[in-house]
Ligand binder design. Sequence first.
Ligand SMILES: [Zn+2]
Length: 258
Amino acid sequence: MSFLKGNFFYNGKPLPSAPLWGMSVLSSGNMRFRWNENNSVRDNFFSSICAEKRKVAQPELIHSKTVYEVSSADEIFFKKGDGILTSNKFIVPAVTVADCMPIFVYDKNSNVFGVLHSGWKGTGIAAEAFYMLNKKYDSSPCDLCFVLGPHINSCCYSVDKDRAEYFAENFGSDCVSFIDGNKYSLSLAKANLFLLKKIGIPDGNVFINKECTCCFKENGTFKYGSFRRQTALLPQNLPLEEKQKHFTVQAAFVFYSF
Ligand SMILES: [Zn+2]
């Protein structure tokens, strides 16, 4: 099963003692997750990459800044939120993304690891994860490692003036640039880098994957599912539930490979 994986970085160097981050791709299939649905594509994907002893744990996403820390996979049952952390190496914390940014987290102090779902509404969730780890384990900013995974880049992410102003006010003016009329382009990576710098995370502990989920191609074909790209030709007024049948969401997760 092909999927993307990589290391966390500490002081600019890969951290072999840490877990790995992973993400499915378009050809892996749709990883849609709802508590009241079954998804055999997702089940098969995870059983092919995780040893059977391990349990995938994911909240149902709601575009919030709510992060859970769990010690067993059962604790997340029927929970809704956008981030999940654990120190249990037998748990595979996961979220789903299609243009939103997956943010992978590893805390070298407590060995807590996990993943956050950060779209425009959820931008700021990385700071929430840090505050949790700081409060519970006294972790300092230099203990934390973040990987900003594949997401819609500024090349394809146009937003209106209101959203651009919201981002410039809260995450620095660098993350937005004017296109024309009421159109601005937004960089979720720059917004999150601003946030991570503000809370004191060293640059060497942050790694960014710059592949754009909307336009990046590998061997001539789109590598990722993308909400923007795959719903671009649908009628604007189609309900979101209907639109969701037309795009492919990726699973983003953190795992120990033993
Ligand atoms: Zn793009």
